[in-house]
Structures are given as structure tokens and as C-alpha cells.
Design a protein around this ligand. Structure first.
Ligand code: URA
Length: 259
């Protein structure tokens, strides 16, 4: 049993304000299980009742999960008076109260961010104990050596502050300005990849997140665009694996980086 007021139920789906929902109800345009319901405070059971607006049934969802292709220059916060946030990029019809990024990317990092209002889900994909892997492409300003690859595998001591969990690093491409590495982590410490490379004297000049769990960023999403996850994709996010890689060909570097 998952009951809520009718007007709240309608506006929680993100398309209408509470006032607009009440107005539709008052005008008799809302049905519950096929019968017109004019009481805004009527109780609706999300698990059983069928609510329709002007004849179109709503698919009631308790939580929302959006995939965003984060552009550079946008902060991973819910609000910021001076800067554009990832939540600001969500179009009004997909907005919900309590939407936040499940995991932060630096302002200059691009790529996959999941926005949700489900705190438990966010915890499950962020906790290192849950082993959900996150995969990145990192352009650095020099050579990625075997020593660095081995150190990533063993765990990197960052400024004597912490030692990272074992991660995977491979060289994706070697360019005159430096190598592009593919990095798989299952934790997300502050500036982690930048600080790991910094420990070996390399600077990350561009960073792009390609995947979370088994969910790859939809290449059809332009930077700044977002869309809801399908139920299958939602499952893919939470799939745990021992660190492995998606196919490099799915996310070629030149799609994301200025080479
Ligand atoms: N590591 C970083 O250094 N920055 C990010 O945005 C993500 C991972």
C-alpha cells in the first residue's frame, strides 16, 4: 500500500504544479480507476489505482532517475546562486522536488551523471562497498607508463592522505600532447583521478565519465541534454562487477575530447 493525496500524486510526476493539478481535478479532468474524482485530497494507492489526466493514464513512479550528459562549466550541485548546476539543466517536465546528482563530477569534467530523488539508490551506487564501477577517459599531458598502470592497480597513495582502492588503467590512445587513459574506479574521492595522476607528475587536461555500473552514457544525448532511464537501464546501473571495461569503440575519445 503506497497512498498519497491525488493532487500531490499528480504534481509529484513533475509535469504540473500543485495549483495546476488542483485546477484539473476541479474541472473534472482527472479520473481514478475510470471514475471522475473531484476531491483533491482523495487518497490514491500508487500500487493499484490508475490515475488518468484527460483520459491519458499516468504511470506513477515514486522516484525519478535521469541520465545527463554533463557539459563542462556546470557544477554538480542542486543550487548555486552564481553558477549553472546540473539540476538547472533538467527540463521543467522532468523536474522533481529533491532532485540531486548521484555522485559529483568536477566543474570541468564531462559525461554521465545520474540525477535522482532516491537517496537509497544514490547510496547504493556511491558506496565503495557496493562495488559499482565508474569508468572515465582521461587526457593527460604526458606518457602513461607501466609504473603508473601498476600503481593504479595496487592503489595510489595520494599526498599521504589516503590510499585509493585498486583501479584499472589502460592506454586508449597516444597523442603528441599526451596519452588518453581509460580508468575504472569504484570509489569517488574528491578530484580522485586528477590527484592520482598528479602523484606521478601528470596533469589531467580533460576528463569524461563514460559509464556507471553497466550503464553507458547514451551517445545520442548532446552535452547538456538528459532523459529518464528505462527500467532495464536502472538495473544496469546497479550491476556490480569486478573491475572490467566496456568496449572502447563504444565511446571513442574524439567524441568527447578536443584532440
Ligand atoms: N576524478 C576527478 O578527478 N574528477 C572527477 O570529476 C571525477 C573523478
Amino acid at each position: 500500500m503506497n497512498k498519497q493525496r491525488l493532487d500531490k500524486t499528480i504534481c509529484s510526476q513533475g509535469m504540473l504544479s500543485r495549483k495546476e493539478a488542483k485546477e484539473l481535478i476541479r474541472r473534472g479532468q482527472v479520473t481514478v480507476n475510470g471514475r471522475v474524482e473531484k476531491q483533491a485530497d482523495a487518497a490514491v494507492d500508487w500500487d493499484q489505482d490508475i490515475v488518468a489526466l484527460s483520459g491519458a493514464p499516468l504511470s506513477l513512479q515514486q522516484h525519478v532517475y535521469l541520465m545527463l550528459n554533463k557539459p563542462a562549466g556546470v557544477v554538480s550541485a542542486t543550487e548555486d546562486a552564481a553558477q549553472t548546476t546540473v539540476v538547472d539543466l533538467v527540463p521543467p517536465q522532468l523536474r522533481r522536488k529533491g532532485l540531486f546528482p548521484a555522485g559529483r563530477l568536477d566543474k570541468d569534467t564531462t559525461g554521465l551523471v545520474i540525477l535522482t530523488d532516491d537517496g537509497e539508490f544514490a547510496h547504493n551506487i556511491l558506496s565503495p562497498k557496493k562495488h559499482v564501477q565508474k569508468e572515465y577517459l582521461a587526457q593527460v599531458d604526458g606518457k602513461i607508463t607501466l609504473e603508473i598502470i601498476e600503481a593504479f592497480r595496487a592503489g595510489v597513495n595520494v599526498n599521504n592522505e589516503y590510499t585509493t582502492l585498486p583501479s584499472r588503467l589502460t592506454v586508449e590512445q597516444s597523442l603528441p600532447q599526451g596519452d588518453i587513459g581509460r580508468v575504472v574506479l569504484r570509489e569517488g574521492m574528491y578530484h580522485q583521478i586528477k590527484r592520482m595522476f598528479r602523484s606521478f607528475g601528470l596533469t589531467v587536461t580533460q576528463l569524461h565519465r563514460v559509464s556507471i555500473g553497466n550503464l553507458l552514457l547514451d551517445e545520442a544525448l548532446l552535452p547538456g541534454q538528459c532523459r529518464p532511464l528505462t527500467p532495464q537501464e536502472l538495473e544496469m546501473v546497479q550491476q556490480r562487477e569486478e573491475i572490467s571495461f566496456s568496449q572502447g569503440a563504444i565511446s571513442p575519445c574524439e567524441r568527447h575530447f578536443t584532440l
